[in-house]
Design a protein around this ligand. Structure first.
Ligand code: SIN
Length: 289
């Protein structure tokens, strides 16, 4: 098996060719894939034909699979796989219609946020439904030194479903059952985290809708809001971003410990359909940077 890795984005994101993810992966191929994952943060494989078992087995290479908080869209045979789809079946949504058309990092609302997320494209639209990625290590690196010093030691309160508008149709407040709400209390994370494997520092705050930051610990509300807004605007710059246009059969894996992402499914035209399987693996509690 000859594996080729080719850079896709500005300073991150790469596509990998020469791999059939439905076949057993030789150890040296797996090592190259994992190195590419750590180095490029977002990796793509094209033209894959996977069963739920194949996708699940590949997911397990990246750690322990953690089923999605919203139980109703778990795959019936492999609950570790979540269905994302804008299709309906017998009048009911087939999957999560919009898994997050706002900047976020998966499971940042948990004490132990996600390590890898992977999506497998079962069906893709001709138009729309791209996923945007942001390199939060590059964003941290580009901060002025006085801002880096200011952020050092700060901690932020993260909360699932945090959004000013609880009636927002895609806000998680609407989707969660009472017990799911109880299972998602507020958590505290460092504003700058150190990657447990590469040692890189990255910014770790997000604006919210399905999950976001309520505030920075020990700061006046107005001061905390202003600082968070500065960080959101800094991270949301084209220099740190990459847009992925999906093709059916693509598998994308990203490292939530150094990136953020943003779906664009909120703008998907109604005659365009997009269905994906998604897996998250568990990381480790963020280390303060
Ligand atoms: C996600 O936010 O996890 C899914 C991204 C997408 O559907 O493009």
């Amino acid at each position: 098996m000859t594996i080729t890795v080719r850079r896709m984005g500005p300073g991150f994101a790469a596509e990998i060719s020469g791999v059939d993810l439905s076949a057993p992966l030789p150890e040296d191929s797996w090592r190259q894939i994992y190195e590419a994952f750590l180095q490029h943060k977002v990796i793509a494989f094209h033209d894959q034909k996977l069963s739920a078992a194949d996708f699940h087995a590949f997911g397990e290479r990246f750690g322990i699979i953690e089923p999605h908080t919203v139980e109703m869209y778990r795959h019936s045979e492999r609950p570790g796989i979540t269905l994302l789809s804008n299709r309906t079946e017998l009048g009911r949504p087939k999957g999560i219609k919009d898994a997050g058309s706002h900047w976020h990092s998966d499971y940042s609302y948990k004490a132990v946020p996600a390590k890898a997320t992977m999506l497998y494209a079962l069906e893709t639209p001709d138009e729309g439904g791209d996923t945007l990625f942001g390199d939060l290590a590059a964003a941290y690196e580009a901060l002025p030194d006085d801002m880096k010093a200011k952020l050092h030691g700060l901690k932020a309160q993260h909360h699932y479903r945090w959004h000013v508008d609880r009636n927002h149709p895609e806000g998680r407040w609407q989707l969660l059952t009472e017990s799911e709400r109880e299972q998602t209390p507020e958590v505290i994370h460092p504003v700058v985290r150190r990657h447990p494997e590469t040692g890189e520092l990255s910014i770790f705050v997000f604006p919210g809708l399905t999950s976001g930051v309520k505030g920075i610990l020990g700061m006046e509300l107005a001061q905390s809001k202003a600082l968070l807004q500065t960080l959101y605007e800094h991270c949301d710059q084209a220099d740190f971003q990459f847009r992925y246009k999906w093709r059916t059969g693509d598998v994308l894996v990203w490292d939530n410990r150094a990136t953020m992402h943003c779906a664009t499914t909120d703008k998907l035209p109604p005659d365009q359909f997009r269905s994906m399987w998604r897996i998250n693996t568990t990381g480790t509690a963020p280390i303060a940077g």
